[in-house]
Design a binder for this molecule. Structure first.
Ligand SMILES: [Ca+2]
Length: 164
């Protein structure tokens, strides 16, 4: 009996912590935990940097797409959110060197497992209205693949938490 009490004492707090840090996040087996913020208070979305900070403070990060399956999942959720703007931030940018896209953790985009530019973005600098200011990774609700966009536009966004 004593060992059972010991197990309960050990496991219950671990479960509680596990549950609380995932609050509002949906588990997708084999991919990760995701939470979608369609807007922020009475503001329609946040800028890329603000969304980055919200995710970070929430113990997560802007989504880093590591597979076609992960992209397809977020894209399918995003497409259903018809009341929000057309793009949603992803965790990559070219802040340091124009055209050299890296994740928010500094990994080259080509090493993430998913680097499919959305049409007509086979050259990402051809995307967006003002390409000289398009440095932030996004996905589009209207077409699959990766895009870049101005960083100051306000969008709904996902946060991702890893499975581990
Ligand atoms: Ca991921």
């Amino acid at each position: 009996m004593l060992w059972r009490a010991a197990v309960v004492l050990l496991v219950v707090p671990i479960l509680r912590v596990h549950m609380s840090v995932r609050e509002g996040y949906e588990l997708y087996a084999g991919l990760g935990y995701y939470k979608f913020f369609p807007d922020w208070g009475n503001i329609k979305g946040l800028s890329w940097s603000e969304a980055h900070d919200v995710c970070h403070n929430d113990g997560g990060h802007l989504p880093i797409i590591n597979s076609q399956a992960e992209f397809d999942l977020l894209y399918s959720i995003f497409k259903e959110e018809v009341a929000i703007p057309a793009f949603s931030p992803l965790g990559f940018h070219d802040f340091f060197l124009d055209g050299h896209f890296v994740t928010i953790y500094g990994q080259s985009l080509s090493e993430t497992g998913y680097m499919v530019w959305g049409p007509p973005c086979d050259d990402p600098h051809k995307c967006g209205n003002d390409t000289s200011k398009a440095h932030c990774g996004v996905m589009s609700r209207f077409s699959p693949g990766l895009y870049v966009h101005r960083c100051d536009q306000l969008f709904g966004f996902f946060c991702e938490k890893e499975l581990w």
